[in-house]
Design a protein around this ligand. Sequence first.
Ligand code: NAP
Length: 546
Amino acid sequence: MIMIDTPESASPVASSPSLDTVDVVIVGAGFAGLYALYKMRQCGFSTRVFEAGEDVGGTWYWNRYPGCRCDVESIHYSYQFDEGLQQDWVWTERYATQPEILAYIQHVADRFDLRKDIDFNTRVTAATWQDQEACWLVETGSGNKVRARFCIMASGPLSMPNKPEFPGLGTYKGDTYHPGLWPHEGVDFTGKRVAIIGTGSSAIQAIPLIAEQAAHLTVFQRTANYAIPAANRPLEPGELDAVKTDYPALRAKGKLYPTTIPADPAGPSALEVSEEERERIFDEWWQTKGLMFQATFADLMYNDDANALVSDFVRRKIQSIVDDPDIAAILAPKNSFGCKRMCVDTDYYKTFNRDNVTLVDVSEVSIDRIARDGIVIGDTTYEADAIIFATGYDAMTGALTKMDIRGKNGLSLRDKWHEGPASYLGLAIHGFPNMFIINGPGSPSALVSMVTGAEHHVDWIADCMTHLQDTCSHSIEAGKPAEDAWVVHNREVGAASLRSACDSWYLGANIPGKPRVFMPYLGGFVAYDEKCKQVVHDGYEGFEIA
Ligand code: NAP
């Protein structure tokens, strides 16, 4: 337990001895927050976690829509910090379903007795840095206040649902849903006319299953997405056991790859193989690799010509699956391959061959309004008993700026990030001492297995806090020059990749008014990890330690 040295002061914190004081407050009890709690305990820090949901799980607690599963393989999308845990847990499918992932997270909470330090049904609304006391005053929706020397934001990069304000929504008489706020009891669409707005990862997973159940499904597509067959399957007998014979080696290998997932490209360039060979390789990877199809050749995201080849391959695949050429043409993506976050699917394109599915192209004409009976475009009303707004998230920054976070001299994070998020390593922010973000903007985050990314961050943060303790230091803060340089570096590596070539949530382009900055770090995990280690090796280079 670290004792906060509280000087005599007339500040509200100092004059409120009844306030609870802990070493660390963690916001969020998903994958990141739970490991942070485990690690803080191990380091001897008293810790309190605040979680808005009524149980652990984060994303996997809220997202319960039909078809919800992870598109990173289970053996990689899981914790590696405890060998006993990774030996004991049995994944049943190549890509785990939401219920299985949630059961895993709940098992972790039970196994390490984590729930006792978590306040559920508690949303953090504000965190204010107390300069004199060198601590954070954290406030919750119920008005409770806690002070903490450190604040760890594990609030998730894709946790703040985006719900566009369609005119007339209030007049709609049917039911409305968002994948990230799905009813826990599930939804039975049998006999119902369902409309779904959006064709991102969430919708692409949900559409085939809802189409099987509903009387009719109308899909409103603004931008066609690239969806790769998930190639999901049950894990073969002995397959998981083989992984477990040397799981740490597999984990270590993953850290040598930009995405933390071991997958060697078939070659350096799609342009350097014959047309027949390229087609054969694309086809093999298309059938078997799921999301990693994007890594078939190393230059797909960096060379326009290579990207055009893979884009064309996927468009031809769509044409071969979808019976109606006009519908296939609407579903064929116009953007560069991979500039929006890739989706994986099970029977998505095939679903548009069903008689009870209608595709509405809203790329040129947008939805005018929502009326009592459904969705209105021009003179046409698409009647629906239920509308699913699969319209995504205010990604990377939304959960953070939703809170009223104020650093030194009352500086608000919302104001600081008005022109786009600035951070050092995606971990710390100048002006916000002793606050760390997990999978924050400026870190690899959504471009790696986010569980691995979270563990990496938590380990770095724990080492940093231990260093402060060992050196009797009060606080650590990202220095302005280092933060500025990291922002510039992020923009440079982002600009070099075709991932930044179109509107996407990576850039904040899905939220009206949000500044366009490529938010995840695109330099790859290996370079990022090296930088994090070098910073520590050089005495927390770029940070200011008080
Ligand atoms: P998303 O990728 O942002 O997709 C949102 C969809 O809604 C887009 O098709 C978007 O069109 C559309 N949309 C938004 N506003 C609209 C409007 N006013 N009118 C018409 N269409 C509108 O969101 P998501 O599908 O929830 O996925 C977000 C991320 O979460 C994913 O990229 C992934 O990182 C993660 N995720 C992962 C999994 C998985 O592991 N399998 C599953 C779900 C989500 P535009 O493209 O034109 O903006």
